[in-house]
Design a protein around this ligand. Sequence first.
Ligand SMILES: *[C@@H]1O[C@H](CO)[C@@H](O)[C@H](O)[C@H]1NC(C)=O
Ligand SMILES: *[C@@H]1O[C@H](CO)[C@@H](O)[C@H](O)[C@H]1NC(C)=O
Ligand SMILES: *[C@@H]1O[C@H](CO)[C@@H](O)[C@H](O)[C@H]1NC(C)=O
Ligand SMILES: *[C@@H]1O[C@H](CO)[C@@H](O)[C@H](O)[C@H]1NC(C)=O
Length: 457
Amino acid sequence: MDKLFMLSVLGLFIAVYGVAGNMAYDNMGMLGELESLDMEEENDVDLFEIPSLTSERGNKVLVNVESFGAVGDGVSDNTQAFLKAWETVCSTPKSVLLVPPGGRYLVNAARFEGPCQSNLVIQIDGTLVAPDEPKQWDPKFSRAWLDFSKLNGVLFQGNGVIDGSGSKWWAASCKKDKSNPCKGAPSAFTIDSSQAIKIKGITIQNSQQMHFVISRSHSVRVYGVQVTAPGDSPNTDGIHITQSTDVILQDCKIGTGDDCVSIVNGSSNIKMKRIFCGPGHGISIGSLGKDNSKAVVTSVVLDTAYLRETTNGLRIKTWQGGSGYVRGVRFQDVKMEDVSNPIIIDQFYCDSPTTCQNQTSAVNITQVVFRNISGTTKSEKAMKFACSDTVPCSNIILSNINLEKKDGTVETYCHSAQGIGYGTIHPSADCLKFQDKDYILMDQTEPTSQHIVHTEL
Ligand SMILES: *[C@@H]1O[C@H](CO)[C@@H](O)[C@H](O)[C@H]1NC(C)=O
Ligand SMILES: *[C@@H]1O[C@H](CO)[C@@H](O)[C@H](O)[C@H]1NC(C)=O
Ligand SMILES: *[C@@H]1O[C@H](CO)[C@@H](O)[C@H](O)[C@H]1NC(C)=O
Ligand SMILES: *[C@@H]1O[C@H](CO)[C@@H](O)[C@H](O)[C@H]1NC(C)=O
């Protein structure tokens, strides 16, 4: 909690908007909520040391995939063995599905569906590997390889690896070769329609497309997960969150060819802590509003991150023609190294072979805090707020920003963006327009309690 900051911003808002403005009140409400979105930290997380099965097992029932005929030789097809093992663990209380260390288990696309008996643990210590030939992929599973759904209270953990063998999929992407058709590829690991899920320590790599998708779920905790794919592998988002609430990502190291984290429609209360990102396209909210869709994303906090050599840093991207809103986002304590667009809000996002027409409708972006963001930028425009003429971005709050370019000057670009700067802001962001032109800028030292006393909030 950083109450002092809250109060400082409150003071400034009052200076800018006047005491009684409903708007200031709404802003403060949201900012207050944002501040209370602090992480309940899990202290036993260690990237490389997972609590051993034996010490945790107690009276658990161990179900080894090898006892259902799985062979970890990298070539035998283990799909049926895994599905049979799943049937057993899912229907046995307090059971542990074990993928033993050392083996490489080839598994085709499969759905592992709940509901299951309580206290299920999936212990992945070996490697699960996908068949690498897109032409032989079962079209029934065109968007997911390992799909877990309808689970309640399941722990996934281990030192194992989920490997999508994605290289042929990448080569077949229209992003790699324009003569290829643009079609989706499977995500490696999906948690869908589930709740109270914990994932600890697993590595997910070389996915066909997105690595780890959290969809239609709530209360999902992800600790110490690593995601790895080449920086030029197309659309290989690290962790993608859609229509999910109460999600925590902590101590994750992600390097891929697309967003390290992407958060899209229907997601709220998303907290990220200590995220390492690079290579990749940064930490993104969006894209949102494609094909005139409505999208809502609220309450997203990133606290402590290190981004290295990514194309974007902290990004919100929306398509023209969408509707809905992004409200209440805080990015703080982020260090960047050689990031191309460190801070970017882009309401003209267009990831399409044809140009996108401007439209009057847009996803409304408001109440976005960037606090204590420093490091180096590769482009001159260290901060970019490109917002819609008809739906301007509002209440962008910058506080203590220091972005430098190794060999040159930096600047902030604004179009139709309104906000406020607080503390040191480099490059300066004077182009963020206040809605009320008659504001009196207060001195930007620590606020006194006076600012609060005189309010009627
Ligand atoms: C957006 O998310 C909401 C809430 O989960 C859902 O009802 C809606 O169908 C989603 N819209 C799209 C276009 O996916
Ligand atoms: C600013 O962020 C950095 C991480 O990038 C952190 O080490 C530092 O403590 C933060 N400063 C403050 C005043 O919170
Ligand atoms: C859309 O609007 C923006 C901002 O006014 C402008 O810079 C851009 O050129 C327009 N794009 C198109 C395709 O008209
Ligand atoms: C966008 O949201 C802000 C804050 O809720 C609101 O004041 C503004 O009117 C909205 N803009 C549009 C075009 O709806």
